[in-house]
Design a protein around this ligand. Sequence first.
Ligand SMILES: Cc1cc2nc3c(=O)[nH]c(=O)nc-3n(C[C@H](O)[C@H](O)[C@H](O)COP(=O)(O)O)c2cc1C
Length: 463
Amino acid sequence: MTQPTTMVIVNASPKGEYSLTLQYARYLMMHEQDVVWNVLDIGEMLTDNDYESEWFHASLELIQECDAVLWATPVYTMLVPYQLLRFFQLIQQEGKDSIFSGKYATSIMSCFHYYDHLAQHWLQATCEDLGMWYMEGLSVDDKDLLNRTYRQSMRFFMAEFHRSCKQRLPLPRQSREIVQEHVPFKPQLDGRQVGKREDIRTVLLTDEVGEDGNLSAMIKVFLASYPNKVEVVDIKSFPYEGACQGCLRCELVGECDRKDGFQAFYQNLVNSCDVLVHAMNLEGRYLKPVWKLFLDRTFSNGHRTSMMGKHTCYLVSGPLDQLPYVRQFLEGKDMVGRENSVGVISDDLCHDEELGRLISETALRLDRSARAHFQKGANFLGVGGMKIFRDLIYGMRGVVRDDHRFYKQRKLYDFPQRKMGHQLFNLFMGVAFWFKPVRLQAYQRMKPLYIAKQKQLVDSGKI
Ligand SMILES: Cc1cc2nc3c(=O)[nH]c(=O)nc-3n(C[C@H](O)[C@H](O)[C@H](O)COP(=O)(O)O)c2cc1C
């Protein structure tokens, strides 16, 4: 008789046994033959600052001994929860990365499909860095498990994963190892002090300030060139009580369950600033984990895109050119939040003089953009993301009342079926288009008709 396969569910949800994702993971395991499995509630155990060292070491042993890992994780703030980053970080600090090597892995993620692809890519690439064989996982919503046909696909997925693991089948890789090429940035600053204006409140959030690294140097250049007074906030210095617990008290009651003052700190920050500069170090395949801690905690502000109409820019130190998904995260954050970012400046593709000039010019453009109230509009990342939020909030409007009020006041419920003009147009055209001659005529006149109003405006010379 062959030995059963041993698997571990690593549950990254802070909700532990109450995790929705865990129900999917349990279903997958329960319906697969010849598998014995355990659950590690790392999300719950690593939510508070302190954790049990004994539990942590026992968890590492369990992973060391298993054949395969099923990562069960919700999507949090366009990635996985901070707790999972922390888990990997603690393992690395222990020098125990090798426990994953050669094992098979896959994932089950539950979410609202808002930027879940970034979480999927990050997890797969992180596992590949650790020498795991990774099979593309499933991204599910809260209803999929209740659908019988989908459950059939889930069982098939799990059988395929088990087969790959038992027969050690090859699986396609998604990523290459990151090549770390650190070139120190040593800008020449002339030390001149220019008078700073105070009418535009600017805050710079960073994870490194006044140190030897490139990011500190990039900040120095920015501060020297930017014509307004800047308040620099080191996000490491906030006295976090712990990570987001996913309890949704913020959505239901309006207050964060944590009593460390983060919610008030963040709301005050975004409500009162005109310009927000982010200075960020990359680490692994994301930003420094403290950014994840910080960003997950900003969820206490609900789905209210509080940066709307403000102005931002991003200074990033690290191999951003090799991490397109981090770039997409920053762009998505800008686009959905309508932050009007003037750009992501990174030290990986240009150095010293060129980088210095780029930062200085960006600082000046940021000031001009804020003064001109420049609104850049949104691309697919912003429009698509906002439609997911819009539908989500509308569907739960009785429960998430603050979000609902925000969306209503800002006319973010832009459902096409609400527009009377569109309704009448489609009713009329729907009837007329039964007749082929009408369709032919429309086809012949389509080009000039489509641009008629726009052309008229441009031709008129109006401002
Ligand atoms: C802090 C926080 C951030 C979230 N961010 C996202 C997100 O970026 N994208 C998404 O699709 N869902 C997001 N969600 C929704 C969760 O992914 C979803 O509710 C998930 O099913 C929760 O799973 P769990 O019960 O296993 O924790 C977020 C939820 C919380 C509490």
